[in-house]
Ligand binder design. Structure first.
Ligand code: SF4
Ligand code: SF4
Ligand code: SF4
Ligand code: FES
Length: 952
């Protein structure tokens, strides 16, 4: 294992149909027009010294270290800013150039601490390398002149330090913050000798707008911006390429290691989802993997009020199998089931659903996608024929109009948000449909053209009104529709959206958005059409799916995209912003109770036959229970045992009272996780899981991209260091129950997935290692995968328009509950927070707050920071108030990262009509000032204390 150092070509790659050929140090080099001489030289193996240039940023030309000589030209131009031209003859090394470069280095070094041997960048410092490369031997100016050596460090950021005494003012950090991240938190203040890097208006990094993405740290060629972990541990000695385990962007990372310890995670330049960028979570918030709260020994107990007893793996597995079998003997084959996790690898998920189908003998398997993107699967399959997004992330760089609906990319999908901002800064138009003014509505250099701030729960009314404008104003792409879509379905849809009831004027009252804004936004979306004159892309999130009409809305968006000819090429499409790292994969792997891997119905004899033959067992042909059905059956008493892998239903699922009642009623609850999470309070068996750093397998991101997850460290989940792969734990339970499930490696599991699932037919670990990542479908027709779906025609044959009638949610505001609560995420925390809460990310967010519009706050005499009771028809909880203009009057908002927030104590049991995805985004509530925590919160503390006890 070696340390992987990405080659830096100095300036970004260019694409052009035209090649130019030049001569560099006598070598002939051909590059696309627009390529810099520096890059051309680097591609030919000639490394011109550089300091202010890096290929992640546009060239800047400030340091003058990269000067070259060009035949027939006067002066010594900087090669990073000099475009390669046909016939150019370039010399990169001669005595004159060497003198200039040494002079540049002398100036830098005369104002630089000479502490190389004790510097944290020692061995990985571009300044040090360049001093060596230019042959610097002495500094004529001495070291006693005016300098910055006493400049004070800024250690305010919890993960990196800014030491200005080492700064060479190359501006790479400033440009990285602008060009790569799009935050514009840094500037160069002062002039001449006083020039210095400044966060915000001479603030500390923590006080500034910095979002701690790490791009500046990555770009810095010296030790000025340095990870604290490197300062503490020293430089890493080997790297392992893997994939971030937080959100659905699926960023590639290098885990940079020292033995079995992570020194730092750096974004992988060749990662196709992130191209070397990251956010604060993937880059810095990995400390939870070795947090002291981690449970590393299997544990069992008879009753949930007993203390936990640590046991060997053998005992834990046998006890699990025994209790599951006892339940089945007493209550029947269908009285047990399980939940797979979108945090886990495909291979881990696949074996859990196989355990349930083959060893439990039923289809009682569901996944956390039930509570987030199940409507995506349903809606896109009905209309287009595939339960997945249509594009690659890079496609956004071709979009001329971007419509974001119910998604907050800056917080939930930050690396993709940065890419999207880049496109917006290039001039793409932006429409945002969201009850709340998310960051993208107005941010440095990006401003939405339209923000349709609709009332929560009225998405379908909005999409119908947009469609009405497009159809009634003749903005459809009729040739596209005729060629690609089912005309009968189209005519029915057309007749429906044209009805007066769907006009923006009639829908304005329901959505709360002025008709003229809806009309203008519809015209803008439709103005980008047919792949020649412009392209429009829709990106959406849980603000679409987590509604009683979630599936309807997904189909409504697909209708709109088909009607305007915006599917089947880059820059267009309908794109779900998947929440969890592997939510796409967990759905693909057959985690739903009615579908085998690859979304094929369990009721289909031929499909079942295929799996029965391979698995050597008869399979149930009846769909099993969905998660809400499991809870209902548990409360009612017919469902008695559950195996839950990496999912914290007690915190994440709606109507906490009901979920807790269900969990209490189980005879056997097995929780497999890293921590004693909220669900584990009700468990009888705890099987310690592994963090992503200990896993071997694959994740699939929001763009259908399968990427490898590789073991950076050995599994830590076992007594006396006997860690076990999570898929092996599942296999051992299966074997203990009498079904022989055995694999030698995760790779073997993927081979089985590929053998049985047509869209994965061409995927193997070998191919992934070769290609880096693969977007499914990958098969004989597309051996290297598929970037854009539905090119030339829809997967289902003809595109299917579906009539999307607006049906208001049953959750109504009344005098008693006059406000609507909606929920979302924040950048620094992740979902139930089990991981991020165990990192220094708490510095940004250690408490969920309730955002309230000033008007609503004033009416209730609520001031910033007051404790407020949040009460719905389902329950009550207490939070701190944050008065915010981002809200519209009548709507309040909170995040749900902290368990004792109890956001789900108030959410209802209403759900999407097609998929049972909970309606998290609309709850009628009342708020009032209070001075105490709610009864639920008091009870929570007590019960948590009681049920987390581990026997000494
Ligand atoms: S902090 Fe680093 S990247 Fe920024 S100007 Fe100084 S040396 Fe260059
Ligand atoms: S960490 Fe990211 S956001 Fe913060 S200053 Fe650096 S580049 Fe900008
Ligand atoms: S954007 Fe998502 S995948 Fe990328 S580093 Fe952040 S959390 Fe990880
Ligand atoms: S690297 Fe070209 S001017 Fe600095």
């Amino acid at each position: 294992m070696t340390l992987i150092r990405d080659k830096d070509f100095g300036t970004p790659a260019r694409t052009s149909d035209k090649q130019v050929t030049l001569e560099i140090d006598g070598r002939s080099v051909s590059v696309p027009e627009g390529t810099s001489v520096m890059r051309a030289a680097s591609e030919a193996g000639v490394n011109i010294p550089k300091l202010c240039a890096t290929d992640k940023l546009e060239s800047f030309g400030s340091c003058r270290l990269c000067v070259v000589q060009v035949d027939g030209r006067r002066g010594l131009p900087s090669s990073c800013t000099l475009p390669a031209e046909e016939g150019m003859k370039v010399t990169t090394e001669n005595e004159k150039l060497a003198r200039v470069r040494r002079g540049v280095m002398e100036l830098y070094i005369s104002d630089h601490p000479l502490d190389c041997l004790t510097c944290s960048a020692n061995g990985n410092c571009e300044l040090q390398d360049m001093a060596g490369q230019v042959g610097l031997r002495n500094v004529r100016y001495g070291y006693d002149g005016e300098n910055h050596l006493e400049a004070e460090k800024d250690e305010s950021n919890p993960y990196f330090t800014f030491d200005p005494s080492k700064c060479i003012v190359c501006s790479r950090c400033v440009r990285a913050c602008e060009e790569v991240q799009g935050t514009f938190a840094l500037t160069i203040g002062g002039r001449g000798f006083d020039s210095h890097v400044s966060a915000g208006a001479e603030q500390s990094f923590l006080e500034s707008d910095c979002v701690s993405c790490g791009a500046c740290v990555d770009a810095c060629p010296t030790a000025t911006l340095m990870e604290d972990s490197v300062i503490e541990m020293g430089q890493p000695e080997h790297s392992v390429i893997t994939t971030c385990a937080y959100c659905g962007v699926g960023c590639g990372f290098k885990a940079e290691m020292k033995g079995g310890e992570v020194v730092r995670m750096t974004p992988w330049k060749d990662g196709k989802a992130n191209h070397g960028h990251s956010c604060v979570k993937g880059r810095f918030a990995w400390g939870y993997a070795t947090h002291q709260d981690r449970i590393t020994s299997p544990m069992i107990r008879e009753k949930i009020t007993d203390p936990w007893r640590e046991v060997s793996w053998d005992e834990a597995i046998d006890y699990s199998a025994k209790r599951l079998k006892e339940v089945q003997e007493k209550y029947g084959r269908k009285s047990v089931g399980g939940i797979t996790s979108s945090r886990c690898t495909n291979e881990e998920v696949y074996v859990v659903q196989k355990l349930i189908r083959a060893a439990f003998g039923n289809n009682n398997v569901d996944t956390c996608a039930r509570v987030c993107h199940s409507p995506t699967g349903y809606g896109l399959k009905e209309t287009l024929g595939t339960s997945a997004g249509t594009q690659a992330f890079d496609s956004v760089m071709e979009a001329d109009v971007i419509m974001i609906i119910g998604s907050n990319p800056s917080d939930a999908h930050p690396v993709f948000a940065s890419q999207m901002k880049r496109r917006l800064r290039q001039g793409a138009k932006l429409i945002i449909v969201d009850p709340r003014a998310i960051e993208l509505v107005k941010t440095p250099h990006v401003k939405a053209d339209y923000h349709l701030a609709l009332r929560p729960g009225t998405n379908v009314a909005m999409i119908n009104a947009l469609a009405h404008v497009i159809v009634s104003e003749g903005l459809e792409q009729t040739d596209y529709i005729r060629e690609r879509c089912d005309m009968e379905a189209y005519e029915a849809w057309r007749e429906f959206v044209l009805r007066d009831e769907n006009s923006p004027e009639n829908m304005a009252e329901i959505t709360g958005v002025p008709a003229e804004d809806i009309r203008a936004a519809a015209r803008l979306y439709a103005s980008a059409h047919d792949g020649k004159e412009g392209r429009a892309a829709i990106y959406y999130g849980l603000g679409v799916t987590e509604h009683s009409q979630g599936s309807t809305m997904v189909m409504g968006m697909a209708n709109l995209a088909m009607a305007t000819g915006n599917i089947g090429f880059e820059g267009a499409g309908v794109n779900p912003m998947r929440g969890q790292n592997n939510v796409q994969g967990s759905c693909d792997m057959g985690s739903f109770p009615h579908e085998l891997p690859g979304y094929r119905p369990v009721s289909d004899d031929a499909t079942r036959g295929l799996f029965e033959k391979d698995w050597g067992v008869k399979l149930d042909n009846e769909p099993g229970l969905r998660i809400p059905g499991m809870f209902d059956a548990a409360v009612e008493g017919s469902y008695k045992a559950m195996y839950i892998q990496g999912e914290d239903v007690a915190q994440s699922d709606p109507n906490t009272h009901h979920v807790e009642a269900a969990l209490r009623n189980l005879d056997c609850l097995i929780v497999q996780d890293l921590f004693l999470n909220e669900t584990a309070r009700f468990a009888h068996i705890f099987l310690p899981g592994t963090s992503f750093l200990e896993k071997d397998g694959t994740f699939i991101n929001a763009e259908r991209r399968t990427s490898r997850v590789r073991k950076a460290m050995q599994p830590k989940n076992g007594p006396d260091g006997q860690g076990m792969d999570e898929w092996e734990i599942t296999c051992r339970i299966a074997r203990a129950m009498g079904y022989d499930m055995h694999y030698n490696s995760a790779s073997e599991i993927m081979d089985e997935i590929a053998r049985l699932t047509p869209s994965f037919a061409g995927i193997s670990f070998d191919k992934l290692d070769r290609l880096g990542s693969i977007q499914w479908p990958c098969n004989d027709k597309a051996p290297e995968g598929t970037e854009t779906m539905h090119v030339g025609g829809f997967v289902r044959g003809k595109g299917n328009f579906v009539v999307t009638e607006y049906v208001p949610t049953k959750e109504k505001v009344t005098r008693r509950f006059p406000l609507l609560l909606t929920t979302g995420r924040i950048l620094s925390q992740y979902n139930v927070g089990a991981q991020t809460r165990r990192t220094k990310n708490n510095i940004w967010h250690d408490e969920d707050v309730l955002e309230i519009h000033p008007h609503d706050a004033e009416e209730r005499n609520i001031a910033e920071g007051d404790l407020v009771s949040l009460e719905s028809r389902m329950g009550e909880t207490t939070l701190r108030a944050h008065i915010s203009e981002r809200m519209q009057p009548g709507v309040v908002y909170t995040t749900f990262h902290m368990p004792d927030t109890g956001a789900n104590v108030v959410t209802t049991e209403l759900s999407d009509w097609a998929t049972s995805c909970p309606e998290y985004k609309v709850t009628a509530v009342q708020i009032r000032r209070t001075n105490k925590r709610s009864d639920w919160q008091e009870h929570y503390d007590e019960f948590t204390e009681q049920t987390r006890h581990i026997a000494e």
